[in-house]
Design a protein around this ligand. Structure first.
Ligand code: ATP
Ligand code: MG
Length: 435
């Protein structure tokens, strides 16, 4: 009796036994009806926070004036919220006041019909004041009430609409879509962190290319990643890119990634050619994008910093963007250089980026195959083995730490990676000859 659902059923029962109404609400009802495992359970109740807290002594008041209490039981966190009506929204983010009310009014304040359902935890009966069941059955994402007013109240719903449509594979109902497009500017009032969280959840979805399309078509993206709009209509040499402009190329790549591609990879794919528009030049007949990898890395860093991504994500993505053109040279690289190239922690993701970069355009696989063969060749030993000679050895040879020091150690490592130096004694001899 300790899975999330049983735990939530038990909490709801305690509320009911004390004389209150208690329903499951929102996402958990939607997910059960879709046959999906709910992420978490939310309970909506007639009990006011004071009464809830009395029934669940260890519970936390998270937003008492919003009527929300979090109860912990069997390692699950369950949100218990009093049925409420939201007052006016002045800032486009949250209501100024809330008042406790009825289940029907509580359903009306929720964002989309499919999120506005209640369930009687004991019987499984679904209570639907908003037509959510039918929309779930037909695959429609529809705002509750007047769509324009709902997006004007809370602009985060713009991002949520796109996310739910893509996650569930639902069509956005036309009036809801029209209101999204009309109110897209409201996103300017939402913090970068909240936009980022929604965006991250969308860009890792298997249907991430549809997410990008919705964000572009609604112009929502204008408010947090306008650089992507410049990819549209950015022409490329047809012999390398028969698929079309940079936006089309990027979108196809997003569809070609594995379903569970990690966030860093999805972002790197999205941003790998972000500097093509500002670097585009015409060299006779030939379109060129000299330096788009280096400038792209800088732009990716600026964009992700603006969206408040953590440093490790920013660094990984920017690094991958900076190196994506180097795959063209792998067959010409000396062994030491290739090994160092392949030894970077992001390399497996970069290889995947390279795979979809080619597969979505010219279809070349030579460099990919070459690197894969090398991975097999090199598999017996670590790409970067432990050093034959260390700084301590150089000091013992009478050298002082400095730039030359580093150069020497790197030179020994190059010999080692190339397979020309394999033993410590020989390596020390080699250094002595060079001092
Ligand atoms: P997820 O699977 O992403 O958790 P969810 O539907 O459970 O989906 P939550 O953000 O956990 O989404 O919110 C729980 C419920 O609260 C929603 O189903 C919806 O009824 C309501 N809700 C959440 N955010 C909003 C909002 N911005 N405006 C109106 N109602 C909202
Ligand atoms: Mg939820």
């Amino acid at each position: 009796m300790s899975d999330a659902r049983s735990t939530a059923v038990a909490l709801a029962k305690r509320l009911k036994d004390a004389g209150h109404t208690a329903y499951f609400a929102g996402g958990c009802v939607r997910d059960r009806l879709l046959g999906k495992q709910p992420k978490d359970y939310d309970i909506a109740t007639s009990a006011i926070p004071e009464q809830v807290l009395k029934l669940f002594p260890g519970a936390n008041e998270v937003g008492a004036h919003f009527g929300v209490v979090i109860a912990k039981s069997h390692g699950h966190h369950i949100e218990i919220a009093t049925f409420r009506t939201d007052g006016s929204y002045r800032d486009g983010r949250r209501p100024e006041t809330v008042s406790f009310s009825t289940p029907e009014e509580d359903a009306q304040r929720r964002d989309f019909t499919i999120n506005g359902l209640f369930e009687n935890p004991e019987t499984g009966e679904v209570i639907d004041f908003v037509g959510g069941r039918e929309d779930l059955a037909t695959g429609v994402l529809r705002a509750i009430g007047e769509p324009a007013a709902r997006f004007a109240e809370d602009s985060l719903r713009l991002m949520r609409a796109a996310r739910f449509a893509v996650t569930l594979g639902f069509e956005i109902e036309p009036a809801t879509w029209a209101a999204m497009c009309e109110h897209a500017d409201g996103l300017a009032r939402i913090s970068p962190e909240r936009i980022r969280d929604e965006f991250s959840r969308m860009i890792v979805l298997p249907k991430r290319a549809r997410a990008l399309e919705l964000l572009v078509d609604s112009r929502l993206i204008q408010h947090f990643l306008p650089e992507v709009l410049a990819l549209i209509g950015c022409e490329q040499p047809p012999e390398w890119h028969p698929e079309g402009d940079v936006f089309t190329h990027t979108k196809i790549m997003l569809t070609m990634l594995e379903n569970d591609a990690p966030l860093e990879l999805c972002l790197a794919v999205l941003l790998h050619d972000i500097a093509k528009p500002p670097t585009q030049t015409l060299d006779g007949e030939r379109i060129r994008f000299n330096g788009h990898d280096a400038l792209g890395a800088t732009m990716a860093e600026e964009i992700l910093r603006r969206l408040k991504y953590p440093n490790d994500v920013i660094e990984a993505v920017s690094f991958m963007v900076s190196r994506h053109m180097q795959f063209m040279n792998v067959q010409q690289m000396r062994v030491a250089k290739l090994k160092r190239f392949m030894a970077e922690p992001t390399f497996p993701l970069e290889l995947e980026l390279h795979r979809v970069d080619c597969a979505s355009s010219n279809g070349f696989t030579e460099n990919l195959e070459f690197v894969k063969a090398k991975q097999t060749d090199f598999a017996a030993q670590p790409l970067i083995p432990s050093p034959l000679v260390t700084g301590r050895d150089l000091i013992a040879l009478g050298l002082n730490p400095g730039p030359l020091f580093k150069e020497l150690l790197e030179a020994v490592q190059t010999e080692q990676l190339e397979g020309r130096l394999l033993e410590r004694e020989k390596a020390i001899e080699w250094v002595k000859e060079r001092i």
